[in-house]
Design a protein around this ligand. Structure first.
Ligand code: AMP
Length: 418
């Protein structure tokens, strides 16, 4: 079933969205991209004369946590939807069931953070550090058992299920995948956002125009090894940048001063370089860095060779030479994937590299390349630099996008297609 084929009139839809938005210390939303991304789906259902029960997670709570309450975003959701959205303080309580049952056409109910329950993720909580393997297995079994009830209850609120949460599509959680089995093929579907994401990923996976360049930034190699290894089988050029740079530099005997580095990943860095060579992939690393004498926006700065960083200094962005090196590769590409900044872009004085990568991608896109930007930080970058409209597609998914690019089947997608 597709969302355009389904007539929501008089129907209740459980819509799983990704409202995991960043909040500041006063609970103000600092970037509402993810909320706006779900609007077309929500508005379509409401306009059809359906009602929506909205489920989401926020953050990684380990139980009920005021900081991660979805009530902080309720007012903004009202504004975006132009209606007064009801709220259920507990996604499982009687209140939630009663409010869902009473929903009238055109009305919406937001459920409290689904992850206040361990059952959403299906992972045991509160295990003692010294728990035995047996205890761990028993706890896991228990939560998997109660997860069935949890999922069934969520499903009972609605007549149909719409998954519009691409950001969690790589997780086989209760509301992102398991719930789908309570609805037949004619009563479950992707939302508009999911449809778009799936199409964009498909283009990068199955309709590759070469050269294909991936730009992987961010802080740690360890969190991106698998993706990098997989990308080596697909891309022509792989630009590895951001904090990861210095693990590669040190592995090759360079001086990196105080730059971020994973000392236990030096061999891995050399292995990845070797693999790239064997596969004929052009692995591109920065040649120079913008260095700082402290980890702060106001630090003193200078440019130097990436492998000659003086003691007491650290690389917080790429330098002009690397910017040109990266831009030349990017501008010559026909398919581009960008995940992760070139430096600490949260500090204004270290945004230049990320901005130049974004600008090069926009130029390549103007010349016919298909460009996909994904991952929270790169999305924040293109938004911050006003470049979002110049790239082909900005994905709302980080981990989900990368797993999809790796060719993995995402549970959230499979559950709808099954
Ligand atoms: P990730 O979450 O792994 O995608 O990494 C994104 C983070 O990497 C951002 O918060 C950046 O500030 C950080 N980052 C990028 N370059 C550096 C660097 N040279 N040193 C320290 N952190 C960095």
């Amino acid at each position: 079933m597709t969302i355009d084929q389904f007539n929501f009139a008089g129907k209740k839809a459980f819509v799983r969205v990704d409202f995991n938005v960043p909040l500041d210390e006063n609970f103000n939303i600092t970037d509402d991209t993810r909320m706006r991304a779900a609007l077309p789906t929500l508005k379509k259902i409401l306009a059809d004369g359906g009602s929506v029960i909205i489920g989401s997670h926020l953050g990684r709570p380990k139980g009920v946590t005021e900081k991660y309450s979805l009530k902080h975003i309720l007012k903004h959701l009202d504004e975006l939807l132009g209606i007064e959205v009801q709220f259920a303080n507990d996604c499982m309580g009687e209140e939630a069931a009663a409010k869902a049952a009473a929903l009238q056409p055109g009305e919406a109910l937001l459920l409290e953070n689904l992850r206040f329950y361990a059952e959403e993720e299906g992972k045991p909580r509160g295990l003692a550090d010294d728990a035995t393997d047996e205890e761990k297995a028993a706890a896991k079994k228990a939560v998997k058992e109660s997860q069935k009830e949890f999922t069934k209850k969520l499903a009972s609120y609605a007549d149909c299920y719409v998954n519009d949460a691409f950001g969690t599509a790589h997780r086989a959680h209760a509301s992102t995948a398991l719930i789908a089995k309570y609805f037949d093929k004619d009563h479950k579907m992707f939302g508009y956002l999911m449809e778009k994401e799936v199409k964009a990923v498909d283009k990068v996976l199955n309709d590759i125009h070469r050269p294909f360049t991936a730009i992987m930034g961010g802080s740690k190699v360890s969190s991106k090894i698998e993706i990098i290894e997989n990308l080596l089988n697909k891309v022509d050029n792989l630009i590895i940048t951001g904090g990861m740079t210095y693990t590669f530099t040190k592995a090759q005997g360079g001086k990196i001063g105080l730059s971020i580095c994973e000392d236990d990943k030096l061999d891995l860095a050399l292995e990845l370089m070797q693999k790239a060579k064997e596969k004929g992939v052009n692995l591109v690393l920065a040649t120079d860095a913008k260095i700082a004498d402290s980890f702060s926006n106001d630090a003193n700065t200078q440019f130097c060779k990436v492998n000659e960083i003086p003691d007491g200094w650290e690389g917080l962005d790429i330098g002009p030479e690397s910017e040109k090196l990266f831009a030349d590769v990017i501008k010559g590409s026909k398919t581009i994937l960008w995940n992760g900044p070139t430096g600490v872009f949260e500090f204004e004085n270290f945004t230049h590299g990320s901005r130049s990568v974004g600008e090069a991608i926009v130029e390549a896109t103007k010349n016919g390349a298909f460009s996909l930007v994904g991952g929270g930080d790169s999305v924040a970058c293109v938004n911050k630099f006003g470049l979002a409209s110049g790239v082909s597609y900005v994905s709302t998914g980080g981990g989900a996008l990368l797993e999809a690019i790796e060719g993995k089947v995402l549970p959230g997608i499979a559950a709808i297609n099954e």
